[in-house]
Write a new protein. Structure first.
Lengths: 622, 350, 312
């Protein structure tokens, strides 16, 4: 057997644990602070169910209206509850009510949505409530939406509510003028009809608005809590969710424990796919039980890949979220689960993530920008030159799918039949295109020049902090050189990259987008002309595209809207403001004592649906 | 600094006329020193050869499969070497037609004709490479050789700059004394009161990325030790007879500082220089790990180690080994040469 | 004596001012614009301006400098830009784990280095001496990064002697379970250069006249070494340890990153990657202050121990 196999045949991998480690595991499971005290008492008491895992990036904090990174938001999923959420098992995803009594129907042509909150939902206890139980009411929703427009919060998701809710822009303008908003001021579009009813009136039709209200950070917070903690709200999340934040050592440990005030959930098995083994297992494990079942969740942000991976393999963690692609052959040699892991009953959940990686061309740039044929030809040639096969099979170890359009699978509006050859690696066609439009070597230095004779050199900016971004930059430089185009890769710091992309100070740069909500609109807005300077990093302004985009917003889901999306995708391929990269595939691992696991494409965590077989874990540790 | 070495003959050698000759003779007798010198010289020759393109010219060529096995492990299974395909990623559906909206549509036909004429040759990738391949299938041995070029260059240049800064400032402080000394001491205190690694990180946090940045950071943070020693030497020498004599015959300050005193302090400087080369080569690794510096179309031992971070676990140990070992050999030889040099130059310390 | 200490304290002021200026220059002048990081996925220029205002980076430089100076002396650096945690809290909570690793490292390393160094110095010039010196030089030449990657893989994974990573709340458990491997690796790396250095200190003492005198008096070599040489060489050794002390707080950042230790070093690396300037600024200023104080203490000790040095 090969050298690389030593991991799989490492005796420790399959055999018993060393006594020291076993001791450590027992201790961790008992979650006792003191090692000495842990020796005896676990005997009679029921052992708590603990789930331990790593995040690949550090979190920022847990004030839902002030955060945007998916790890912080992922923790908030467990602490707070939006009005609506997604069914755990249904695919494609399906909106279901959470704190609302029902998913409302759009009224007034898609401009009004009315929610009735289920009475009796309680916030977690907090000193700010002065010993009283605090019920969730409609005013909390109103308050929390206003918080997105509070200039003091500098909310990263403010855009969700910009030019959206009737009267809210005026509220924000007044708040900006005064430096702080008057939360008691009435906003016409946020109409609290009674203790439990809120009706939201939009400025124009939006048939995706319900998705916004299912986002894990569009959640009610209690005004008295926010006001009590002032600047410290990031560390004092108080919500109605199934868990509370028990302990937080920033960037190194997040501990959640069951919220005793929580009313409990039940799994809805109606949307389970009987053919899917994860669905079957989840239904078997959870049917009829009062959720959540897990007592405690421990999350450790670990940015280095080797320790994150080994922590799972060594059973220091129960779950491995997103197996680093470098280690994929250790887990899935030749696409099948490694025998040693299979023997231990480890399960792999393969997720085709609703996200896309892409490279942006600055369409306003004098060299790579422009809409004329010769300008478009250069971008298209570069796209054809890029060796996407190497990106997929070498950089990402096969854990990615080549994107055919900006829309990833699993979101509304994705068309599996939409396919293009314009994004494939085809150096011959790339060279032919450059020759055709006059990008040939004019000064004899071996590199192609611009049609007007000026030298052609393109700069690609990438994030200096990331090893895989470096490899992608390497790939670009190579790919361009293969068709005679000189490209230079410039490593810049993350903040500088963000800034340069936002203000258009770049020629080409790498980017990625993960769905905020499962609709094509969330992706296509990245190329909508008026979003230039915000999310439209390519600074792409094509009238035809913008027209189609505006039409699509005002139409509910259906064939008519899909036809509009189809046209927009074609325009993107023709004008190539992006090189489409890949939709990444993630492999999530679980030990067999973790029950009920299934990954949701939009929600990041699933702790409230998990169960832990403590006895099985103990047996495995023996 | 380049003025130091050739400066051994000229008139300023009053104090110990044969210092360099004696030192050289002592070094010749030091067998370990000579072996180390030979190793260092080999590395330098290799670096120059690679710079000139004589060796490792096509280190960037992808000759093997991904993580190709080293020749001596030819039979081992290599799961990483998957086939790279480029066609038919999507479904088998017909590709979408763009011709009605495509700005390039009018010349589709011409485009296809030209493309058909361009031959694309598929390179056959080797299953094994002499010392194994990296992720892209590049030869690790060639990478290590090419990597020596950047690593040694960074180490040498940064050390030269640091020495230059340290020497000039040290000479000024030691020679002038008084206000100049106070000011420079203040400056020195600022830099040394911040722990070295923190200073590097602080600089790293704000500077742009690039090879020059690494050199600048290392030079700006690394000059303090040299400054201190050179200053002490100058204070010692200022009062000596030969300096007074030089003053008497009307030598200018500058000439006294750099023509008369410098050669007498140069042995200290030389030892410091070579010590700094060693520590800067090591520092480059850390900076590369943090993502600073070396551009993607270059390779250094630091970038190789950063790449190889995850390779040990998947059993591809050769890149970690190649970079780690070539660096360790050079650094060991260089350090021991430094010791020999110091012994040779300053026989009192033995 | 008191006068000396007061004078030295007085001299610290310009140095501290210089440190403040240097850091201000680096982070407020050279450093990039942090507003972008905080603005989120989609934001407009107005929001960016709003964030800049909140961070105070839209103020004139003299005013920013004034704010910075106030921060230094009130020990209030405000909040981390990326997590909104109070910087002072970050520093206080991260120091513990770092010291849990680095204090044992410092102690064990120093003791081992002194013991080995005196043994080597005793047999100076012999084959053993030379061999050990070569081993030391070689050990020093391998990158710390290689030690960590290899050590974590070998001891944590293949042999399974230690957990691969982790940290708990229990000091005792950290020390017995999580800390040993990083401590061991740090000693591996740190021992060699210290051993070499201390050996040279011993050799320097051995060549002193008083040692020759002692030997001439007929004292056995062992006694000479232990009584005279060791005692006198301890002075430069302690000085060296003192100088090394402040970097203990950040020196283990690679270890902390790889072993998930929530210490100061890891915090700084994260801060560097996220351009969280308040954290880096605070750590730098306070460690600089600490260095100055430690230097003073070392000097005072030096003068107390060694009568040859006078209080000028």
């Amino acid at each position: 057997m090969g050298q690389h196999r030593f991991l799989l045949y490492n005796p420790r991998f399959a055999r018993a644990r060393s006594p020291g480690l076993k001791h450590a595991l027992t201790l961790a499971a008992a979650c006792l602070a003191c090692a000495l005290a842990a020796a005896g008492p676990a005997m009679g008491s029921v052992e708590p169910k603990v789930v331990r895992m790593a995040f690949r990036t550090a979190e920022a904090g847990f004030d839902p209206q002030r955060i945007f990174d998916r790890y912080s938001v992922g923790v908030c999923e467990n602490l707070f509850e939006p009005l609506l959420t997604y069914d755990y098992l249904a695919r494609p995803v399906r909106l279901v009510p959470l704190t609302a009594e029902a998913v409302p129907q759009p009224e007034e042509g898609g401009t009004r949505y009315t929610f009735r909150i289920r009475p009796g939902i309680l916030f977690a206890d907090d000193p700010a409530f002065k010993g009283q139980k605090r019920e969730l009411v409609a005013k909390d929703i109103e308050y929390s939406i206003k918080r997105f427009r509070d200039p003091r919060n500098a909310s990263p998701y403010e855009w969700l509510f910009e030019h959206k809710v009737l009267g809210l822009d005026e509220f924000a303008a007044a708040a900006k003028k005064a430096g702080r908003p008057d939360y008691d001021a009435k906003v016409a579009g946020l109409e609290v009809r009674d203790r439990y009813t809120i009706s939201i009136k939009l400025t124009e039709p939006d048939f995706n608005f319900l998705y916004v209200l299912a986002m894990p950070n569009v959640v009610p917070v209690a005004r008295e809590v926010i006001e009590a903690y002032g600047e410290d709200t990031m560390a004092h999340p108080v919500g109605t969710g199934p868990f509370v934040l028990k302990e937080w050592v920033r960037r190194s440990k997040i501990v959640l424990e069951r919220n005793p005030n929580h009313r409990g959930y039940e799994l809805d098995p109606r949307w389970a796919d009987p053919a899917d083994e994860f669905d079957r297992a989840a239904v078997d494990a959870l049917r009829g039980k009062r959720l959540p079942l897990v007592d405690r969740v421990e999350i450790y942000p670990i940015e280095e890949e080797q320790p994150r991976f080994l922590a799972f393999v060594n059973r220091e963690h129960d779950l491995l979220d997103e197996t680093p692609s470098d280690f994929i052959e250790q887990v899935l040699p030749n696409g099948r689960l490694a025998p040693s892991l299979a023997r231990q009953g480890v399960a792999v959940f393969r997720e085709e993530a609703p996200e896309i990686t892409y490279d942006v061309f600055n369409v306003e740039d004098a060299v790579v920008g422009g809409y004329g044929p010769e300008k478009v030809a250069l971008r298209r040639a570069l796209v054809l030159a890029h060796d996407r096969g190497q990106e997929i099979f070498i950089v990402r170890k096969g854990q990615a799918m080549a994107a055919q359009s900006p829309l990833p699978p699993g979101i509304v509006g994705y068309d599996p039949a939409f396919r293009t050859t314009q994004q494939d690696h085809d150096p011959a066609r790339a060279k032919a295109l450059l020759d055709l439009y006059g990008y040939v070597d004019r000064n004899g230095d071996g590199w192609r020049d611009q049609p007007d004779g000026r030298p052609l050199a393109i700069e690609y900016k990438y994030n200096a902090g990331s090893q895989s971004n470096r490899q992608l930059a390497e790939l670009w430089v190579k790919s361009a050189a293969a068709i005679g185009v000189r490209m230079e890769a410039a490593a810049v710091q993350f903040i500088d990259l963000l800034n340069d992309k936002r203000v258009g100070k770049f020629q080409m740069a790498g980017s990625a987008w993960t769905a905020d909500y499962p609709d094509a609109q969330n992706f296509l807005q990245l190329l909508y002309g008026p979003n230039t300077g915000q999310s439209n990093e390519a600074r792409f302004r094509l009238d035809a595209f913008d027209r189609l985009y505006r039409q699509s917003v005002a139409v509910p889901d259906g064939p008519a809207r899909n036809a509009l999306y189809h046209e927009m995708n074609r325009l993107i391929l023709a004008y190539a403001p992006w090189r489409l990269g890949v939709h990444r595939v993630f492999n999530h691992l679980q030990y067999p004592w973790v029950k009920g696991y299934k990954k949701h494409p939009i929600l990041y965590t699933n702790f409230k649906y998990l169960d832990v077989d403590v006895a099985a874990r103990k047996a495995a540790a023996r | 600094m380049s003025a130091v070495l050739p400066n051994n003959a000229p008139p300023a050698m009053q104090e110990s006329p044969g210092l360099w000759t004696l030192a050289w003779r002592r070094l010749l007798n030091d067998r370990v020193g000579m072996v180390c010198l030979a190793i260092v010289a080999t590395y330098l020759a290799m670096m120059l050869a690679s710079y000139a393109g004589i060796v490792a010219r096509d280190w960037n060529k992808e000759k093997g499969v991904s993580y190709a096995n080293p020749s001596f492990m030819a039979g081992a299974e290599n799961l990483e070497a998957r086939e790279v395909t480029n066609k038919d990623f999507g479904s088998k559906a017909k590709p979408v037609d763009l011709s009605d909206i495509d700005p390039l549509a009018p010349r589709y036909k011409e485009w296809e004709e030209r493309a058909a004429k361009i031959a694309v040759t598929e390179v056959k990738r080797a299953e094994t490479l002499p010392f194994g391949g990296d992720k892209w299938g590049r030869d690790v041995l060639e990478k290590a050789i090419k990597g020596s070029e950047v690593s040694i260059f960074v180490g040498l240049t940064a050390a030269l700059f640091a020495t230059l800064i340290g020497t000039v400032l040290g000479a000024m402080a030691g020679y002038w004394g008084g206000r100049v000394n106070d000011f420079l001491e203040w400056f020195y205190n600022i830099f040394t009161s911040i722990p070295y690694i923190l200073l590097i990180l602080a600089f790293a946090a704000v500077f742009k990325r690039g090879l020059d940045t690494i050199i600048v950071i290392l030079a700006l943070t690394g000059w303090t030790g040299i400054y201190r020693l050179v200053r002490a030497e100058y204070i010692k020498h200022c009062g000596r007879e030969y300096v007074k004599a030089a003053q008497a015959i009307g030598a200018s300050h500058l000439s006294r500082m750099f023509v008369h005193i410098l050669p007498n302090a140069s042995h200290v400087i030389l030892v410091q220089l070579s010590q700094h080369v060693v520590s800067f080569i090591k520092a480059e690794v850390i900076l590369s790990f943090l993502g600073l510096g070396v551009p993607v179309d270059m390779v250094s031992w630091g970038t190789m180690l950063a790449e190889a971070q995850n390779e040990l676990v998947i059993g591809k140990w050769w890149q970690l080994f190649a970079a780690g070992a070539s660096m360790a050999i050079l650094v060991t030889a260089f350090s021991m040469l430094t010791d020999s040099l110091r012994d040779a130059l300053d026989p009192k310390l033995k | 004596m008191t006068a000396y200490v007061i004078r030295r304290m007085w001299q610290m002021i310009p140095t501290l001012a210089g440190v403040i200026l240097l850091i201000f220059f680096l982070f407020n002048w050279v450093g990039g614009d942090p507003a972008q990081v905080l603005a989120g996925k989609i934001s407009n220029p107005e929001q960016i301006a709003n964030i800049r205002k909140q961070l105070g980076v839209d103020q004139p430089y003299w005013y920013q400098l004034w704010v910075f100076v106030q921060q230094v002396f009130t020990f209030d650096f405000g909040r981390s830009w990326s997590t909104n945690e109070e910087v002072s809290r970050i520093l206080l909570t991260r120091v513990g784990p770092t010291l849990t690793i680095m204090v044992p490292v410092l102690l064990i390393e120093t003791v081992l280095a002194v013991v080995f160094a005196i043994m080597v110095a005793y047999v100076r010039g012999s084959l053993t001496d030379r061999t050990i010196m070569v081993i030391c030089t070689t050990a020093m030449s391998i990158s710390f990064l290689v030690y960590i990657i290899f050590g974590q893989w070998l001891f944590g994974f293949i042999l399974g002697w230690f957990p691969v990573q982790g940290w708990s709340e229990s000091y005792w458990r950290n020390l017995t379970t999580y800390a040993p491997l990083p401590i061991m690796l740090a000693i591996f790396v740190g021992l060699a250069p210290q051993l070499r250095l201390y050996r040279s200190f011993f050799l320097e003492e051995i060549n002193q006249d008083y040692v020759r005198t002692a030997r001439a008096k007929g004292l056995p070599e062992k006694k000479v070494m232990m009584k005279h040489v060791l005692r006198n060489a301890l002075i430069p050794i302690l000085t060296n340890v003192g100088i090394y002390l402040p970097s203990v707080f950040v020196g283990s950042f690679l270890l902390e990153v790889f072993f998930s230790i929530p210490g100061l070093g890891r915090e700084i690396v994260t801060a560097v990657n996220r351009s969280d300037f308040p954290v880096i600024k605070a750590v730098t200023v306070y460690l600089a202050m600490l260095t100055m104080i430690v230097n003073l203490l070392v000097d005072v000790m030096y003068k107390l121990v060694d009568p040859r040095v006078s209080f000028k």
